[in-house]
Design a protein around this ligand. Structure first.
Ligand SMILES: NC(=O)c1ccc[n+]([C@@H]2O[C@H](COP(=O)([O-])OP(=O)(O)OC[C@H]3O[C@@H](n4cnc5c(N)ncnc54)[C@H](OP(=O)(O)O)[C@@H]3O)[C@@H](O)[C@H]2O)c1
Length: 407
């Protein structure tokens, strides 16, 4: 009889209950891989179980409660007691990662978190292990399935943002309270974790600038189609001016970009480095059984030692003003000279126009442009001036465009 490897489970909600089922189903198959048979030794929910007792009776703790407290306290206590920990809690890692990783190193235990970013897509493992020798220049990710589903449906079926959100909620892709997803905060936490691993520098959730998708309209998507662009909520972590920039915002992608065709609730991450050119990983970004599969993969890895998150090796500045290309959408009075005045203001800020679509709307016209890359501060200075022109019929709207060239 193989020895039992005792797994204490904190949280039995969507992911926790799928994990408990999967662990039982796969326990026999794990024996030949690890020489041990994993089994649940205790479960903690709000109404069941005692943390100290579970800790005492476990070789490893799986944290699937979510939130910062008491998850942080339990994870720290488990590692200080010499237990490996597996967690899918992105908010916890993005807010307290350095403290948690330092504690794991200090106590010689593993802290694994594949399920925290992009669900079952093995991006953490790839950054930490497979690409450990590559100098990563940039990571782009669609790391929130809810917003990707909403934008895909707006593009595919011409739905408004509200209609697509309602559909996502009906199908279980969005929570009743979708705030964390649609504001970009969930994706920001995941990008903080990816940036930390890609650049070996501390990155806290507070340093990630994020913008959501609530202000996007079906019009944006209709014009994007004409310009050959796909609209996505994109997380970016990249080296800039000796530092790094980590941000999340809606962005247009040219059709050739590997993330442009990632539709529905799927996630995908692109890693760019001169050593490897570019690789893309994609797959289901969330869901109980999918995330549980990533969590169980981590448990199996922890049963076969060793892997700890290396110390940060540098402290890179987080750069705020970066170079981006833009889509600019304007409603203007339809009369001569309008385009010239707009072009002049853009030109004064060093912005040059890549393409323009113009549509008549009675006495008004709609102008949609794609602007070549320039410093964001200069572009927004131009947008502020354009917004003050007397022929503008609505405030101009801008969305970033990501060019398809790789490092
Ligand atoms: N859902 C997904 O698709 C997904 C994907 C990737 C990562 N994640 C991450 O996985 C984690 C779990 O998500 P989930 O969707 O499974 O959450 P969930 O359905 O809300 O389940 C949370 C579980 O934790 C328990 N819990 C919460 N606070 C507790 C406390 N103070 N003391 C004891 N137990 C407590 C709850 O107990 P009760 O049962 O008593 O309420 C419940 O069993 C989160 O960190 C989430 O970000 C989720």
């Amino acid at each position: 009889m193989p020895e039992t490897f005792r797994v204490g489970l904190l949280g039995r909600g969507t992911v926790g209950s799928a994990f408990a089922r999967l662990l039982e189903e796969r326990a026999d198959a794990i024996v030949p891989v690890t020489g041990l048979r994993p089994a649940l030794s205790g479960v903690l929910t709000r109404s069941q179980g005692d943390f100290e007792e579970i800790l005492e009776g476990s070789d490893l703790i799986v944290e699937l409660m979510g939130g910062l407290d008491p998850a942080r306290d339990y994870v720290l206590r488990a590692m200080r007691a010499g237990r490996h920990v597996v967690s899918a809690n992105k908010q916890l890692l993005a807010a307290h990662g350095e403290e948690l990783w330092a504690t794991a190193r200090e106590h010689g235990v593993q802290l694994r978190f594949e399920g925290a970013v992009a669900g079952v897509v093995p991006v953490i493992r790839v950054l930490q292990e497979s690409l450990a020798a590559a100098r990563v220049e940039r990571v782009h990710g669609i790391v929130n399935g809810t917003t990707n589903y909403i934008l895909s449906e707006m593009a595919r079926a011409g739905l408004s943002y509200e209609e697509a959100l309602g559909q996502a909620q009906q199908l279980g892709y969005a929570e009743a309270d979708p705030t964390e997803d649609v504001t970009g905060k969930d994706a920001a936490a995941k990008m903080a974790i990816l940036a930390r691993l890609a650049f070996s520098t501390p990155v806290h959730l507070d340093q990630v600038v994020y913008e959501g998708i609530e202000h996007l309209t079906s019009d944006d998507l209709a014009y994007a189609k004409e310009l050959g662009l796909a609209l996505k909520l994109i997380g970016t972590a990249e080296r800039v001016d000796g530092g790094i920039s980590v941000r999340v915002h809606p962005a247009f992608l040219y059709a050739a970009h590997p993330l442009a065709s990632v539709d529905g609730p799927f996630n995908a991450v692109t890693v760019e480095s001169e050593d490897i050119t570019e690789i893309t990983l994609s797959g289901p970004g969330a869901g109980g059984p999918q995330t549980a599969s990533a969590v169980l993969g981590d448990v199996i890895s922890a049963m076969i030692p060793p892997a700890t998150t290396p110390e940060t090796t540098q402290t890179l500045a987080v750069v705020e003003d970066v170079v981006s290309a833009f889509y600019l959408h304007m409603e203007v009075a339809d009369r001569p000279g309008v385009l010239a005045q707009i072009a002049e203001i853009l030109g004064m800020q060093g912005a040059s126009i890549k393409s323009v679509v113009q549509r008549g709307l009675g006495d008004n016209a709609r102008l949609v442009m794609v602007i070549h890359p320039l410093l964001e501060s200069r572009f927004y200075a131009a947008v502020r001036l354009i917004g003050q022109l007397e022929f503008m019929r609505a405030p101009p709207r801008a969305i970033r465009v990501i060019d398809e060239e790789f490092v």
